[in-house]
Design a protein around this ligand. Structure first.
Ligand code: TXE
Length: 479
């Protein structure tokens, strides 16, 4: 397949970088997906200045103008879903079906926020003082720095860029180094939406140079980040020091509780999807399967059988269910957790082998362990196709195991009991709960985010995105 040449986009122009990098196909390491421009701190600062210069023009643009731009971007993403989905599957390694689905989701997100641009409203109240009116309105924050991970290279940038633009902010977008072609393809579509020069900028390069420059720049008013807990914490410190607004989406170690009264096949299906689809590389993946003793042995036998039957292979092959691990570093991290699990006494049930396929790729069979809640494999985010089953004695025990984690993104339960489903929804210490559904797989028009170490700041997506991408003004008038 052809290698794409991907430039950066600053101030309405396509620019080469200071150096060039490559991205490779994790299903076929001999396939170079892209040669991309890598910016340094200087170039990033130039892009930030362009965004700052353009911000007042865009802040004053009409809602119709913003609607038209975002709607056009959304429509093009959806119209080109097959081609962009193929690029995404080729560069990131999720299956073609998942990648096409992600592309459509990204398009729908732009269309949702096109509508939000038109719906922006405020409040008007009578003052407590006679003859005074009070108006509460939302204004743009200014320049938003967007730092994205590799695992959803279209959807995550979409759910940050779309609200930023809808609410009148200018954007400097830094994609992850593993997926520059996806970032560039999205930027290329945005570049044709007739935004004023500088309103949207793409800067590819390293976290240390480009990411850090965004985090440190006094011209960047807000940072929206998704990635690892370690990087998120550094960004939190740096932005706190200079008083910038910040929103962080980080790790997860999401539980799926299976009660004795659950529909066995449905529970197994939810587990396979949540734990292993997208190669387990989702922050909402369920890697702790907490199973009541009443169903434990039947569930484990069926889950083991279904896990062993999953088809691992090239992301672009139609019958592949589990694509490759994204890169060698992530593969080694996954494999190291298998060692850790065995050393700590977890019982290995199936999988965890590196696999040879027709092309050279980072293929690994999904791994399943019987573990205890204190095992590292049951506590730390692995971010690969590795899940553990933990035995529970009844609902109360299962709930306390589910909440026994520093993370709090998503939690699921499989049960036919309304009583337990309702109690779980109210008492799981997370931002999102699922009943009889996989923990991964969320709608694009409602809030996304978690508690504890998973998230920091206000929610992403849906109407709640306005909290981050706007600042509130209260205006008093003597009538
Ligand atoms: O994340 P990083 P990586 C977890 C997952 C994975 C691990 C490492 O466990 O194995 O993180 O992935 C930019 N200042 N998740 O290396 O380093 C970086 O260039 C500013 C979970 O991809 O956090 C990239 O664009 N930016 C997560 C982005 O931050 C910096 C999704 C994320 O990179 C920077 C992804 C710095 N100092 C990874 N250093 C989830 N749960 O969804 C790096 N970056």
């Amino acid at each position: 397949m052809a290698t794409l040449t991907c430039k950066n986009y600053f101030n309405g122009r396509w620019e080469t970088g200071v150096t060039t990098g490559i991205s490779t196909n994790p299903s076929d390491l001999d396939d170079v997906v892209a040669e991309y421009a890598r910016a340094d701190k200087n170039q990033t600062d130039n892009a930030i200045r362009a965004a700052a210069d353009a911000s007042s023009t865009w802040a004053q643009s009409t809602p119709q103008r913003r609607f038209d731009a975002l709607d056009q971007i959304g429509s093009e993403l959806i119209a080109r879903k097959d081609e962009l989905g193929e690029l995404l599957a080729r560069e990131e390694g999720k299956t073609l079906a998942e990648a096409v689905g992600e592309t459509v989701r990204a398009g729908n997100i732009f269309k949702f926020f096109a509508g939000e641009a038109l719906r922006q409203g405020g409040e008007r109240l009578a003052s407590v003082r006679a003859g005074v009116d009070v108006e509460i309105t939302r204004e743009p924050v200014g320049v938003v720095g967007i730092i994205a991970p590799w695992n959803f290279p279209l959807a995550i940038p979409a759910w940050k860029i779309a609200p930023a633009l809808a609410f009148g902010n200018s954007v400097v977008f830094k994609p992850a180094e593993l997926v520059p072609a996806c970032g560039w393809a999205l930027a290329e579509i945005i570049s044709r939406a007739t935004l004023p020069a500088g309103v949207f900028n793409l800067v590819m390069g390293s976290g240390r140079q480009v990411g850090q420059a965004l985090v440190d720049s006094p011209l960047v008013n807000a940072i929206s980040f998704t990635g690892s807990v370690g990087t998120g914490r550094q960004i939190l410190k740096a932005t706190a020091e200079r008083g910038a607004k910040v929103q962080l989406e980080m790790g997860g170690k999401n539980p799926l509780v299976v009660l004795a009264d659950a529909d066995l096949e449905l529970a197994v299906e939810c587990t396979l999807n949540g734990a292993f689809y997208s190669t387990g590389q989702r922050c909402t993946a369920s890697s702790r399967i907490i199973v009541d003793a009443g169903i434990h042995d039947r569930f484990v036998a069926r889950l083991r059988e279904r896990t062993a039957a999953l088809k691992v292979g090239h992301a672009l092959q139609r019958d592949t269910q589990i694509g490759p691990v994204v890169d060698d570093h992530q593969l080694q991290q996954n494999l190291s957790y298998l060692e850790i699990a065995r050393d700590e006494g977890a019982e290995h049930l199936v999988g965890g082998d590196t696999l040879q396929r027709q092309t050279r790729g980072h293929f690994m069979s999904p791994a399943l362990f019987l573990a205890q809640s204190h095992h590292r494999v049951a506590r730390e985010e692995i971010f690969g196709p590795v899940a553990c089953v933990i035995r529970a004695d009844g609902y109360e025990h299962a709930l306390s195991l589910a909440n026994d984690t520093p993370f709090g993104l998503c939690a699921g339960i499989c049960t036919t009991s309304l009583k337990y489903a309702t109690h779980f929804k109210r008492n799981a210490q997370v931002g999102m709960t699922m009943v009889n559904l996989p923990t991964a797989g969320v709608d694009h028009h409602v809030p996304f985010g978690g508690r504890k170490e998973s998230s920091h700041g206000s929610r992403e997506q849906g109407r709640y995105a306005a909290e981050f991408y706007t600042t509130v003004k209260t205006a008093y008038t003597l009538a």
